[in-house]
Design a protein around this ligand. Sequence first.
Ligand SMILES: Nc1ncnc2c1ncn2[C@@H]1O[C@H](COP(=O)(O)OP(=O)(O)OP(=O)(O)O)[C@@H](O)[C@H]1O
Ligand SMILES: [Mg+2]
Length: 498
Amino acid sequence: MEMVPSTMTEMWTTMGSTIASFMFIWAIIRQYCPYELRRYFEKYTHTIMTYFSPYIKISIHEFTGDRLKRSEAYVAVEAYLSANSSKTAKRLKAEMGKDSNNLVLSMDEYEKVTDEFRGAKVWWVASKVVSATRPMAYYPEQEKRYYRLTFHKRYREMITGAYLEHVVREGKEIKVRNRQRKLYTNSPGYKWPSYKQTMWSHIVFEHPATFGTMALEPDKKKEIIEDLVTFSESKEFYATIGKAWKRGYLLYGPPGTGKSTMIAAMANLLNYDVYDLELTAVKDNTELRKLLIETTSKSIIVIEDIDCSLDLTGQRKKKGGKAMADDEKERKEVKEDSGNSGNSKVTLSGLLNFIDGLWSACGGERLIVFTTNYVEKLDPALIRRGRMDKHIELSYCGFEGFKVLAKNYLNLETHPLFDAIDGLMKEVKITPADVAENLMPKSPLDDAEKCLWSLIQALEEAKEEAEAEAATAKKVVEQGQDGGGVCSENCMAEKASE
Ligand SMILES: Nc1ncnc2c1ncn2[C@@H]1O[C@H](COP(=O)(O)OP(=O)(O)OP(=O)(O)O)[C@@H](O)[C@H]1O
Ligand SMILES: [Mg+2]
């Protein structure tokens, strides 16, 4: 029994004198030794200290290898700590949120915060090293920022496993919640400088459309919303069935029926970014694949007017004749001219690969949306289920759709003129865009009733026009029969237009 205290005392004495000698040597080294030797001793002191310390440290650096891209882990930890440290940290820094007007708070440099996970305490420090070397004299000093996590070694397994997973997952979620959503485009004709890493340019996405403001049959609206929400919550399901987590939507219908508006409503519902892909500006299939790889998850890739984007079917020119109403035809020609489809070598197979080839699985959680005015012109391979999983027809405005617009534009839920509008809408076709235009007050003096009368007038004019057209067409047919000659569809249309 005597031995224990005496051994302990001896041990403490030895340790004390070792430390004292060590500190003495260290003081001499600091005073007289050259820099290299000092660095050498510092390194070994650090190793010895680490050996005896019961704490483990993990560093997460802002840049690893590639100086142009911030490490994903660092970004996630930053978001996690910004959300959790702003309540406990004493020194915070405030920065303007990217592309937004809010101030974002995060831990200041060298600030330390404590976090707890399943009973274990951990410490985070935001730190940086300033590199002594500069690539050029006029370059600023290079700062390498990092976060250091410290915890007791008895929690090693839990912290390196479950805790870090929790930090990264939560950090990513916070980032998605707080991010300013973006509208990307593969800007045609824009030559990006070689240092620029991305082929997409973007602006902040701020479209106000929602499903609430869309004129659509209530059942159809409900079905689409449920489909979208189910998709966004089905990560595990897609993994179980071995399918990439993406879904294709084909929106088709006449101009002005809300196809583009619905894309904005989808993005707002799911909080996704939008990639507006201008297919005619894509050089070839390789470039198309590169663009795809650069898209991030939680996004909608949109190809508008897919029938005009490329001559994917080889039928476009044949069908674009008399059958197309003049104004629509003109509109399409403008679109065709504006895109340099002649320079694009993207093929149908390239596009099919883009939608569901192996590369399309990268990123996950993505919607691909095509819009068209002429669904019948598209190659069936392009729109078969599995590629374009859901086909949504957007059509002329019904009375239910009108009621949504009347509520949005005029804050009216009912009005004596509604019955007349209901009756007229059953007789003539009018697009939601035309209804919206008529319901829009044209001057500060316009009241709701005036707007409703404007719509009634537009509906009556459309009805008269339709009746006149029908009468002319009937006359042409009768003349054709009287003449006894055979008149083709084209020749009848020509006569009608005369
Ligand atoms: N279903 C709708 N609900 C609410 N507003 C609509 C709807 N459809 C069209 N609009 C209004 O009409 C305008 C034009 O609609 P939008 O651009 O979405 O039509 P589109 O179907 O994409 O036409 P296009 O085929 O010419 O591209 C929108 O700005 C919107 O205000
Ligand atoms: Mg559109």
